[in-house]
Design a protein. Structure first.
Length: 196
């Protein structure tokens, strides 16, 4: 069963990666850099401050910073250096089968980009869902961001899916911490999101 799943993972990677061509390489190289997403982050920051005020927003931002720290450190130390899965672009068995647009000699499983982006998106969705219409569109960010990693030959699909799952689990954990701190420092119910 494990061998079947690994072969499926490899086949899906080869298919998705080979959808690309040189015309799109620059676009996906741009998409994969977190710095280039700053305009989206600024819009989200604006929405948080608009709906929660500066004191509560600082709490939310602090929780997101904590979430990203936990997610980033665990993906590296709990997974990548234990599984030591080669990135597709560094795997000699995939030479000639994929387009390794960008290479890295770090390990692949699980994707830190996928886990961090999904963790942040899930947390922010939970905080903003009753206050911002169509906030679910935010989930396009981790989807596009993670696909860039497959396109460039940096991650297998299973790395992305496991990263998403880990990000959601970490977001659920930090949401519990957020609720306790929020309820202690912001007991006025009109400032609270009752659905959290």
């Amino acid at each position: 069963m494990v061998e079947f799943l690994l072969n499926l993972d490899r086949d899906v990677l080869i298919f998705l990666n080979n959808l690309g061509n040189e015309t799109w390489d620059a676009f996906w190289l741009f998409v994969t850099k977190q710095f280039n997403w700053i305009p989206i982050f600024l819009i989200i920051l604006y929405l948080v401050f608009k709906h929660y005020g500066w004191r509560h927003s600082l709490l939310i931002l602090g929780m997101i910073a904590l979430l990203l720290l936990i997610t980033d450190q665990t993906t590296n130390h709990l997974f990548k250096y234990r599984f030591e899965r080669l990135r597709p672009g560094s795997d000699p068995t995939l030479n000639g089968l994929i387009r390794a647009v960008h290479t890295s000699h770090t390990f692949s499983f699980i994707s830190g980009h996928a886990s961090n982006s999904m963790a942040a998106a899930f947390f922010l969705f939970a905080v903003l869902k009753t206050r911002v219409k169509y906030i679910e569109i935010m989930f396009l960010w981790p989807l596009v961001f993670a696909y860039s990693r497959i396109y460039l030959g940096l991650h297998y699909p299973a790395d992305i899916l496991a990263g998403y799952l880990w990000g959601i689990l970490m977001a659920l954990l930090v949401l519990q911490v957020y609720k306790r701190v929020r309820d202690h420092y912001f007991p006025n119910r009109e400032h609270l999101d009752a659905t959290l």
